[in-house]
Design a protein around this ligand. Structure first.
Ligand SMILES: Cc1cc2nc3c(=O)[nH]c(=O)nc-3n(C[C@H](O)[C@H](O)[C@H](O)COP(=O)(O)OP(=O)(O)OC[C@H]3O[C@@H](n4cnc5c(N)ncnc54)[C@H](O)[C@@H]3O)c2cc1C
Length: 387
């Protein structure tokens, strides 16, 4: 292929996946990351079958299966620990061809990074301006040694929730809004076998996911006003979840206070009219930040990357057609997953009305696990395009 060159703005899971997908199709990639070092902030991740398949398409499935933990069996519980619905591993594999995967974010990030040429990754590089012309696009950024301008055949805006690229290309768009919940999360050493599970209380949810190598990821989510912070976030988690069923108190007891992260949850209430402007494409949270209720944000970013790589396989000469195909393939799916995730949150973690809560508990007990899995499979049953 001719020297097709892409600049990727942001080295999160989405940006690195995009860089890798393009690199595997023969593109030269330049990744610009504003942080002074390449790393992923955060605890663990659930990667559903679609994300695992997308990672297979990037050639990383085997390494991540070794580095993570096959996430089944599991299910939903009430705060006393009674199972409301269970997901059987065999049934999940039968319907989706794979279990989900629990993985440490740092493991996924490192695996993506190591698959890219080190010379393509640039830190302390804050992108300030992106402009698309008919034949190329231009990116201006502040590097560690001053301002730079770089031209490319394609620019990928993978700069996350507060995307500067999105704000610049869609200045009228209102941007992300608070979804009504705050979350705490941590990855801890917890070398005891426990099933992945989600527990619901009124307006609250606690999740636990084994992530391999004797580690476990837990999160707690709660309806709350935005912008809250506690002097001791672990104490705040204990206050809300400390008397929930075993092993939740033991997980909190095994958590060092300084590893607890707290984030308010935001999403795009108004979906973008396009993910593409000229030779610039948005990807991941820059395009479709979503609530975490379906565990799909990173999965959708990795899917975006795989599709972007596939449509750009013909090189720089085909970018406008390729990006039109990218928008057509990715926008409807990722926006419908984002919508479904928000609704899942409203009827899941955020439900606090006592009557509705009791009715949901009864309904969940009555649903056979086969049907519960089928509703999950609706979004997890995605396959990468054949190239
Ligand atoms: C509590 C919580 C739990 C979640 N759980 C799951 C889960 O279980 N499964 C799942 O699939 N998803 C989950 N998600 C969603 C997932 O974390 C995100 O969708 C995913 O990490 C988005 O990746 P990204 O690369 O698009 O964005 P980001 O990770 O935000 O990366 C953007 C990168 O761009 C850089 N950047 C920003 N601006 C600039 C600039 N101007 N110049 C250069 N660099 C810039 C940033 O420093 C950052 O490195 C969860 C999210 C939350 C909040």
């Amino acid at each position: 292929m001719d020297d097709s060159h892409a600049v990727v703005v942001g080295a999160g899971i989405g940006g690195l996946s995009a860089a890798l997908a393009l690199h595997r199709h023969g593109w030269r990639v330049t990744v610009l990351e504003r942080a002074p070092e390449m790393r992923e902030v955060g605890a663990g991740l659930s990667l559903m079958a679609n994300a695992v398949r997308a990672l297979d398409a990037l050639g990383l499935g085997p390494a991540l299966r070794r580095g993570g933990h096959g996430e089944a069996p599991g299910g939903m519980r009430d705060r006393h620990g009674r199972w409301l619905s269970r997901v059987e591993a065999a049934e999940m594999i039968r319907q989706l061809g794979t279990t989900a995967l629990g993985v440490h974010r740092a493991t996924l990030h490192r695996t993506l990074r190591e698959a890219l040429p080190a010379s393509s990754l640039h830190t302390s590089a804050t992108v300030e301006h992106v402009e698309s012309g008919p034949d190329s696009a231009e990116v201006r950024y502040q590097g560690p040694d001053g301002p730079h301008t770089v031209t490319a055949d394609l620019v990928v805006g993978a700069d996350g929730l507060r995307s500067r690229v999105r704000a610049q290309l869609w200045p009228q768009h209102p941007g992300p809004v608070y979804a009504g919940s705050t979350t705490w999360r941590a990855a801890i050493a917890f070398p005891y076998p426990i099933p992945a599970a989600i527990t619901w209380g009124p307006g609250a949810e606690f999740g636990m996911v084994p992530i391999g190598d004797g580690q476990l990821y837990w999160y707690g989510a709660l309806n709350a006003p935005p912008g809250g912070h506690a002097p001791d976030e672990l104490a705040a988690v204990r206050e809300h979840f400390g008397d929930w069923h075993a092993p939740i108190p033991a997980l909190l007891a095994a958590t060092p206070p300084d590893v607890v992260l707290r984030n308010d949850i935001h999403h795009l209430a108004e979906p973008l009219p396009s993910y593409v402007r000229g030779r610039v494409a948005l990807l991941g949270d820059a395009a479709h930040p979503m609530t975490p209720n379906l565990g799909q944000g990173a999965g959708q970013a990795i899917e975006d990357a795989v599709v972007l790589g596939a449509v750009c396989a013909g090189g720089a000469g085909h970018v406008p057609v390729a990006l039109a195909a990218y928008d057509e393939q990715r926008r409807p799916r990722s926006q419908s997953v984002a919508r479904a995730s928000y609704v899942a949150g409203r009827f899941g973690q955020q439900l606090h009305n006592p009557v509705a809560f009791a009715m949901r508990t009864v309904a969940l007990r009555l649903i056979p696990s086969r049907l519960a899995l089928r509703s999950m499979a609706r979004y997890a049953d995605w396959r990468p395009p054949a190239v």
